[in-house]
Structures are given as structure tokens and as C-alpha cells.
Design a protein around this ligand. Structure first.
Ligand SMILES: Cc1cc2nc3c(=O)[nH]c(=O)nc-3n(C[C@H](O)[C@H](O)[C@H](O)COP(=O)(O)OP(=O)(O)OC[C@H]3O[C@@H](n4cnc5c(N)ncnc54)[C@H](O)[C@@H]3O)c2cc1C
Length: 397
């Protein structure tokens, strides 16, 4: 097969690797608009489960990713002036720099015979004449997808909060949450290590806090200086690095993920809020499923349909969970005044569908009972949606 991948992020590079492993006769080119070695963002988190998948799918890159990652098993949450809670020996997490991850995948892809064309921006399929398969792995703003937005049924839900993805020279040994009060509301950061000399620091606040602090009109240098001051304690006085480009998160869904020989992969197909730290793992998982479907089905349409069906079934529920996680932070005033242990406990239960509907203190007190109520709540929701659908049908009929 002659395959053109548009986008040299984790999805495109990993797909190219897996296809070449299965069948070295594939002719694969990855087109990346940026120069080699340049990327956006800082480190990304992932969990044990991903490492097992990577070891199985392509041991050399799995081992290199494990070797290039840092590991943590403790979590720290600070609420400035009130409490610091440390949870030791919790779930094991890993962090790796995006630059490092992409370098590992690019080197492995090249060693298998994949061509990587840097500084090669592709705007449409017409630039890729002769390809049997065009893979749009060009990220959340995919140009290939946007050209056919109606066919794909693209929908974007904007998050309410403002966020910025920065780095810092502070090395966080534990995954760290830090909440800081300001006269304009709370601002908080998520910090995690990813290498020997840098950590990631994602900073988030409500739009009112953002404009109240003057961040909407601050120069980049002033914004960094203000954020360093606000987070001086968790940063231990270390500087923040990077360009403060504020955004709201875009949760992207598509009704279908393929059109003829064009298929969407990774963030081009779906996004999940960064507070669940899953987008990269999902992009790599998409690559594995697509490679598998292409070698397990006899025709292209059947393979793309199977990939789309299987991955949508996995990803749709995760997108809902991620939305709940994002909403927990959007509703921070509901939780921030609780006694610290209660607040942190609910922070770790922010994926609950029940929590937004129950007074937080009651939810906390119900504790384990609430966990048991969750399936009952899901059943009620499901029943509710059936009833609504039937009454809609009755009204339409
Ligand atoms: C603040 C933040 C924190 C995050 N933290 C985590 C985390 O901790 N863990 C995690 O798993 N995920 C995290 N993510 C999500 C993760 O970054 C993405 O899900 C992941 O990068 C998706 O990979 P991808 O290959 O699909 O897209 P991308 O990584 O976006 O790669 C797309 C590539 O396509 C290239 N491109 C775009 N257009 C063109 C074109 N026309 N022609 C050629 N090339 C093009 C781009 O330059 C880019 O290199 C986070 C996201 C954000 C915003």
C-alpha cells in the first residue's frame, strides 16, 4: 500500500511504525509541517497500561519510551494558606516530554524505512496523488478534516475555563495540584515531571479570574511574572518557561471517521480534556487499532469501518468522563470551601456522574455508598434517555 500520513505527532508516527512492522513492503510517508525537533507543549502523562500495550505492539519503541520517562507514585495537593495533602504510593504514573517522545518514534519509524518529510505542509488530498490511503493525523485543527466537516459531522464543544500549557525548571517528584486564591477568584496548576531538568505546569482559571487578573491584556513577560508570583510556593521560586498562549479546551467529536480513502486518527478524530491525561495514549491506541483493522479485513472500506466502530465505542465514554472532569474544575467554587480532606477526596472522584447532582458534603459522607449508587444512577439515566426518545418519537409521529 502507498500510505500518506499528514502530521508527524504521536498518532502518525506510531501508525507508520506499526504498519511497517506488519508489512515492510508498505510505502509510507509522514508529512510534518514543522521542522524536525520542534513541537508544541511540554510533557505528557500516561499510565502503566499504556506501557504494556506499547511493549506488546512494538518492543523497541516501548522500551525506549519507558527509558525516556519519569515515574511517580505520589500525589500532592496544596490549597494555599489552608492545607497540603500528600498521598503516597498511589497509582503509578509516567511523564515524558513531547519532544523526546516524538524523537523516539521518528527514529524508530526511519529505521523501519518510513520516509518523514519535515516542513511539508499538506492542505488537501490533491497534494497526495497516488496514495491508496491518506491518514489525517494533523491534530485538533486538522485541515483535511475541516475541508469535509459536513461529511465528518464535526462538532466542537468549548470548555469554559482558560488554560495555558507551560514548563518549569522545578522538578515535581509527585503529581502536584496547587490552588491559589486571588481577589478575582481561584487559579490553579497541575504540575508533573517529565525529564531531568523540566516539569510541565498547566495553569487554569475561570474567564472572570483571567480577565480580573489582567491576563487577557498582559504581555507574555508580565503574564509569566504574575503566574510565577502566584505559584511561588509550589514552584519553590523556579521560573515558568514557554509562551503563555491562553486557550479554552475544545472537545471534538465526529459522526464518522472516514471518507473514501481518507481516515481520521488521534486528535483529528477526537479530543479528551487534558485533566484526564489521555489524549496521547488514545492517539497511540487509534494507530494500533487502525493498523490491525487494515491487515485483518480484505477491503479498505471494511477495515476503516471496523476501526471506526471499535474505537468510537472505546472513546465516546472516555470523552464523557473527561467532560465531567473538566466540569469539576469549572465548578470549583462548589468544592473549594470544603474541609481539605473532603475536597481532595472529591477531586479524585471528579469523574462521577452523580457528584454534580448531589450536595458535595452529602456525596462525601455517603462515601462508599455513593460508589455503589453509581450503577443505579447510570441505569436511571439510561431509562430517562429512552423515555425522552420515545416521547420525542411520539411527538414527531
Ligand atoms: C494542556 C494539554 C495537556 C495535555 N496533557 C496530556 C497528557 O498529560 N497526557 C496525554 O496523553 N495527553 C495529553 N494531552 C493531549 C495530547 O497532547 C494530544 O492528545 C496528542 O498530542 C494527540 O496526538 P496527535 O498525533 O493526534 O496530534 P498532535 O500531537 O497534535 O500532532 C499533529 C501533528 O500534525 C502536524 N500538522 C498539523 N497540520 C498539518 C498539515 N496541514 N500538514 C502537515 N502537518 C500538519 C502538527 O505540526 C503536529 O505535529 C494534552 C493536551 C493539552 C492541550
Amino acid at each position: 500500500m502507498k500510505i500518506s500520513c499528514v502530521g508527524g505527532g504521536p498518532a502518525g508516527l506510531y501508525f507508520a511504525i506499526l504498519m511497517k512492522r506488519i508489512d515492510p513492503s508498505h510505502d509510507i510517508t509522514v508529512h510534518e509541517r514543522d521542522p524536525a525537533g520542534s513541537t508544541y507543549g511540554w510533557g505528557v502523562t500516561f499510565w502503566d497500561e499504556l506501557l504494556h500495550t506499547l511493549y506488546g505492539a512494538d518492543p523497541p519503541s516501548g522500551q525506549a519510551i519507558a527509558a525516556g520517562s519519569v515515574r511517580w507514585d505520589s500525589w500532592v495537593a496544596h490549597v494555599q494558606g489552608r492545607a497540603t495533602v500528600v498521598i503516597e504510593q498511589g497509582e503509578v504514573g509516567f511523564g515524558i516530554g513531547r519532544r523526546e517522545l516524538l524523537a523516539i518514534l521518528a527514529e524508530r519509524a526511519r529505521s523501519l524505512g518510513v520516509t518523514i518529510a519535515y516542513e511539508s505542509e499538506i492542505d488537501g488530498e490533491e497534494d497526495l496523488a497516488g496514495a491508496d490511503l491518506v491518514v489525517a493525523c494533523d491534530g485538533v485543527n486538522s485541515a483535511l478534516r475541516e475541508r469535509h466537516a459536513e461529511h465528518f459531522g464535526t462538532e466542537v464543544a468549548l470548555g469554559r475555563n482558560m488554560y495555558v500549557w507551560l514548563g518549569t525548571t522545578k522538578i515535581f517528584e509527585a503529581f502536584t495540584f496547587a490552588f491559589t486564591p486571588t481577589p478575582h477568584g481561584w487559579i490553579w496548576c497541575y504540575g508533573y515531571g517529565f525529564g531531568k531538568d523540566h516539569s510541565t505546569c498547566v495553569i487554569e482559571c475561570s474567564p472572570d479570574t483571567w480577565s480580573g487578573l489582567g491576563l487577557h491584556e498582559a504581555t507574555e513577560a508580565d503574564a509569566l511574572a504574575l503566574l510565577e508570583k502566584l505559584f511561588a510556593e509550589p514552584l519553590d521560586g523556579h521560573p515558568l518557561v514557554g509562551r503563555p498562549r491562553w486557550q479554552t479546551f475544545r472537545t471534538l467529536t465526529n459522526r464518522t471517521w472516514h471518507r473514501g480513502n481518507l481516515v481520521l486518527l488521534g486528535d483529528a478524530a477526537h479530543t479528551t480534556h487534558y485533566s484526564v491525561g489521555a489524549g496521547t495514549a488514545l492517539a497511540l491506541g487509534d494507530a494500533a487499532f487502525l493498523a490491525d483493522a487494515l491487515h485483518g479485513e480484505s477491503g479498505l472500506e471494511a477495515a476503516l469501518t471496523r476501526y471506526e466502530r471499535q474505537r468510537m465505542a472505546t472513546i465516546r465514554p472516555l470523552q464523557k468522563t473527561a467532560r465531567l472532569s473538566a466540569q469539576w474544575y469549572e465548578n470549583l467554587p462548589r468544592y473549594i470551601g470544603l474541609p481539605p480532606m473532603e475536597m481532595f477526596s472529591l477531586l479524585f472522584q471528579r469523574h462521577s456522574r452523580l457528584l454534580p447532582h448531589v450536595p458535595p458534603r452529602l456525596y462525601y459522607r455517603l462515601g462508599r455508598v455513593a460508589d455503589r449508587l453509581e450503577p443505579l444512577y447510570r441505569a436511571t439515566e439510561w431509562l430517562g434517555s429512552k423515555v425522552t426518545r420515545r416521547s420525542d418519537e411520539a411527538a414527531a409521529g
